[in-house]
Design a binder for this molecule. Sequence first.
Ligand code: ATP
Length: 263
Amino acid sequence: MFPLLTVNKLSMDFGGIRAIDKLNMRINAGEIVALIGPNGAGKTTFFNCLTGIYQPTDGELLWTLPNRSSRTLNGLKPHRITEQGLARTFQNIRLFRSMTVLENVMIGRHCRTATTILGAVLRPPSVTREEKETIEISFALLERVGLADVAHERADNLPYGAQRRLEIARALATEPLLLLLDEPAAGMNPQEGQELEALIRSINNDQIAVLLIEHDMQLVMRLADHIFVLEYGRLIAEGAPEKIRNDPAVIRAYLGEEGIHHA
Ligand code: ATP
């Protein structure tokens, strides 16, 4: 296993608020890692730094490819970061609501296809071939997340849990090495939660690393190889689930919050 992502002293300020404070983190290729912490701890801000939505105030995000070449992610635009192999879903689902389920996944393929505007107008055989391949790959992903039978429905007709799975299919369409999931179990019923857990495991079996923000501690404890705990933007603990469950600083941070002591 090699370190896919190395975070060195990352900080993010919003005016006077330090949302992330000198965060160090390492995610190895193929791991399932969870990022937990009370509300406002800086978890989503970290995802936004990682995916180029925010430019960090300080520190470095170092990305290492399977051939062991490394580069910084700092300063890259979101679509360039996707090309590097990082894909995400959002805490508040972001789908193209009036497009079909299939089209939403096809959009994820965009960063892996070569068609130019001129090609789309002139439509040489290579473009037709690529389009056919895009549809095939997208369909296969819908099958994988259990949505093939609603491929031609409008995305906003899907129930909530299915929309979350569609977002995951779209992220997978970009061929990530690291999949970032921001509260994927939020709003799901227990059965949907179990299906989600199985899906995350199957994604991980394909050697895709997963970084998960999640408030469902039981899910986190079952899935994660390694857990990072943030409080007020600072890393207060990291380690295997068993260690985190018994860590006094973590228990203190969660006092009054449901979950960790029941997990
Ligand atoms: P939750 O579990 O509630 O989603 P979180 O751990 O994801 O919380 P963040 O949303 O990252 O926390 O917020 C961390 C801190 O940064 C909070 O104090 C928040 O108010 C602040 N913050 C986040 N985004 C911005 C922004 N765009 N402008 C100003 N402050 C922000």
